[in-house]
Ligand binder design. Sequence first.
Ligand code: SAH
Length: 244
Amino acid sequence: MSAMHQELAEVLQTLPDEQRERAAGRDFWLGHWRGHEVVAVLSRIGKVAAATTATALIERFGVTEIVFTGVAGGLGEGVAVGDVVLARSFVQHDMDASPLFPRYEVPLYGRTHFDTDAALTERLRAAAAQVLAHPADALGEAAVSEFALHAPRVHEGLIASGDRFVATSAESQALRQSLPDALAVEMEGAAVAQVCHDYGVPLAALRTISDRADDSAHVDFTRFIDQVASRYSAASLDRFFELL
Ligand code: SAH
């Protein structure tokens, strides 16, 4: 599952045999990746849209594992543009049913965080680490110097999701204060993690840091996704399927 259409386009270039199927107003692409049966799809943006996509993947297409890629704003110290964050767990930063339930707790679940699958995440982390060790192989030398990706890092930890593109320093500072463990912020992951929790489907999620969720968060977003994030995602997935 890709959060960005450029990522999905890169993925579809790799699949030799995909067939399109429509469901829930979305295009699902059924095919093979290094011999493994896959369904590729755009998550769409925001929590509800991504939850619908994940539910359709599970209910309609019977997927047994979900791997989710996209971009995110960096929150944690040292989480820089061009780095990659693997989610160990997700929280909805805009969930607040207090005082009925504690802040961030998803009502009736008795929990604030939804974990990804440790084994699947480890395999995706290993794949991403191989790609980031030689960024020029996936991106070309020109992109590496244009975006100054000389020593990109792989982080692992908490990602916060909410229905808001965080693009001011004030807002990212507030998030840092209320969720000090959060490494990155995006708009879909926690919803997909909740659906995977409901169905008992293992999830791994990788986000390339496209911005620092601050006042310059919109700068060259599209170009970065085209030139860097989509290629990291597709190359990491390729390694992931090779390691399976
Ligand atoms: N221009 C894009 C829309 C981007 S919406 C397009 O045409 O598709 C933002 C996407 O990037 C979402 O998938 C979200 O999860 C992620 N994202 C990246 N940086 C973010 C930030 N600072 N705050 C919230 N979401 C962010």
